[in-house]
Design a protein around this ligand. Structure first.
Ligand code: GDP
Ligand code: ADP
Length: 223
């Protein structure tokens, strides 16, 4: 695959990946493109469904959105929300570069979600769990691997509770996965950089500094 080097952001649910990412994409508009994953989990209030035309039948089947809504252009897309059947069909057809089961739901990165971003010569950002990291390492994507970690499991739990997006069951599953993730992130050679998201400003500066070389390459190419 061509274009600038992609970036994989990983780390426990609630560590602050989306918060950091949104800020980065806002500050560097036209530099990054988000790889919109597929998932079988339910959308949260305010989450936008990926509205790529190639996923239209999937989308209509899964969520019964009016066609006019589906076709209206949106500024940000969180996921392609799909049924288990549709997701499995895509996996069986070889449409995914990686997929994983997380907290009772399926998640996966389709090849086209990466290609769509790379075709625009943008830095493709992937937000995947630790299984995704391991599976992407088996491909030829060659991204920069960054882990975002919370200062402690207690703080992570507080942030997840305060976010008010999870049921007690899904919160517990996320904390269980977080313990494994926190351990693995310490293994040498897995990540190019591990950022502890304690103070948001400091964490953001670290993320920006590790990416600035790639950012400037994309900006220079546009001149
Ligand atoms: N392997 C894999 N993991 C994903 C993908 N998309 C999201 N995830 C991970 O799934 C986990 C749950 O994501 P989500 O339901 O959005 O919850 P949140 O991270 O707490 O906001 C996170 O660790 C994400 O990094 C994907 O395409 N592949
Ligand atoms: N440095 C920080 N200090 C305090 N709260 C934070 C910090 N970073 C993120 N948060 C909050 O923690 C919650 C989880 O962050 P989020 O970006 O949704 O995590 P993730 O995408 O990794 O699941 C959100 O409510 C967010 O506002």
């Amino acid at each position: 695959m061509s274009g600038p080097r992609p970036v994989v952001l990983s780390g426990p649910s609630g560590a602050g990946k989306s918060t950091l990412l949104k800020r980065l994409m806002k500050e560097y508009e036209g530099v990054f493109g988000f790889s919109v994953s597929h998932t079988t989990r339910n959308p949260r209030p305010g989450e936008e469904d990926g509205k790529g035309l190639n996923c239209l039948p999937m989308l209509l089947g899964a969520t019964l959105l009016p066609v006019a809504d589906v076709l209206s252009s949106e500024t940000s897309e969180d996921y392609h929300f799909v049924t288990r059947e549709k997701m499995q069909e895509g996996i069986d057809n070889g449409e995914f570069i990686e997929n994983a089961e997380f907290s009772g739901n399926m998640y996966g990165t389709s090849k086209s979600s990466i290609e769509d971003v790379q075709a625009q010569n943008l830095i493709c950002i992937l937000d995947v769990d630790i299984q995704g990291v391991k599976n992407i390492k088996k491909t030829d994507l060659n991204p920069i691997y960054i882990s975002i970690q919370p200062p402690s499991i207690e703080i992570l739990e507080k942030r997840l509770r305060d976010r008010q997006t999870e049921t007690e069951d899904s919160l517990q599953k996320r904390l269980e996965a977080a313990r494994i993730d926190m351990e693995l992130s310490e293994e040498p050679g897995v990540f190019d950089m591990v950022i502890i998201n304690d103070d948001l400003e400091e964490a953001y500066e670290k993320l920006r500094s590790v990416l600035i070389e790639e950012i400037e390459k994309v900006q220079d190419a546009k001149k």
